[in-house]
Write a protein that binds this ligand. Sequence first.
Ligand SMILES: Cc1cc2nc3c(=O)[nH]c(=O)nc-3n(C[C@H](O)[C@H](O)[C@H](O)COP(=O)(O)OP(=O)(O)OC[C@H]3O[C@@H](n4cnc5c(N)ncnc54)[C@H](O)[C@@H]3O)c2cc1C
Length: 390
Amino acid sequence: MPVAQEPIASGSPLTVLTEDEQLLRDSVLEFADRRVRPLVRDMDEHAKMPRDLIDDLFGLGVMGIEIPESYGGAGARFFHSVLAVEALSQVDPSVGLLVDVQNTLVTNALLRWGSDDIKQRHLPAMATKTVGAYALSESGAGSDAFAMTTRATAGDGGFVLNGRKLWITNANEADLFIVFATINPEAGYRGITAFLVERGAPGFTVGKKEDKLGIRASSTCELLFEECFVGAASVLGEVGKGYKVAIETLNEGRIGIGAQMIGLTQGALGHAVAYTKERKQFGKAIADFQAVQFQLAQAAAELEAARLLVYNAARLRDAGRPFLKEAAICKLYSSQIAEHVTSLAVQLYGGYGYVKDYPVEKLYRDAKIGQIYEGTSNMQLQTIAKLLMG
Ligand SMILES: Cc1cc2nc3c(=O)[nH]c(=O)nc-3n(C[C@H](O)[C@H](O)[C@H](O)COP(=O)(O)OP(=O)(O)OC[C@H]3O[C@@H](n4cnc5c(N)ncnc54)[C@H](O)[C@@H]3O)c2cc1C
């Protein structure tokens, strides 16, 4: 699905979409409704995403949104990725996350930091069939990610990796992994280097898959490296500059998480409005009670505010303007309102909200992760506070 580059006119309302943005959003919403919705319950229950669904996401063109057309991608912008993640997350935030990690973390890093050789080797496959994963966290290195202990030792023609990564999204489906390791623990963050590791590389294994509260169809696994050789040509960016790759991609990635959160909030609010109009108590629809209407109106106000924050951060990024504070605020706020609005949706469904036959209990479970990954809420507050204090 090639999308033409179209600059945003200064002063345009944030939520007014250009023709190509509208086209992308409509086609992804249609896909989410037709192709994803029937699978949601089963994917959640079995904690599995079918490969043919992933193939169809490639077919739709949303797995290589920013990859230039010359490499087989859609040649679109970051904002298009945000729209795709939001639209998919309305129906299933796990599918939204698969697409988010693929675009806002993995291909984003390859496009910015990859050598010509790396781009030639990996981008065509990333646009058509290869799922990517981004491996920074470890059991002892989460918020303090640069305290990682996975070690890269320089050897003949490359590096040998030893260590373990934890919590790696898409690990079950991925064929290409961006792996961060230190070449010198004493050098602190200056030792960190990003490597590209392919599934099947000797010494590399995808380990235990986590059994999670929410986003259950998204795989989250441990990665194990035992004397795993990576050629020098698979260093992403410069040796010792992996911290820059990590920081800069995560700054952008958290806008994608904001998109996931507003998508799932929209989904929950839509369900709540429809249900309250149908459900009758005391002889009328519960939506006729002003107390219920006001709760829904409050949720709509929160969602609108969060969407403006997410769109603004994404449009700033595409315009090449600073967006660090805006990205942190959009992730912080959208994940807070996602928890609130999904909880309200469960509340307004009453007992029916608490069971799996209705869609809102899943969205409630899915929402919690927004406050944890790609920097917990405290880490976002730390970023905002640092900028505030100067
Ligand atoms: C489902 C899932 C998917 C994930 N996907 C990926 C992935 O694809 N790639 C990847 O690399 N990682 C991934 N992660 C890891 C995720 O980014 C980390 O879990 C997250 O950064 C938090 O790290 P932690 O779990 O070690 O918590 P900790 O860092 O131990 O934090 C625990 C608590 O302490 C608080 N805290 C810590 N330090 C401070 C401080 N200085 N000030 C105030 N409060 C503090 C935190 O806010 C948090 O509430 C994923 C995690 C999950 C659960």
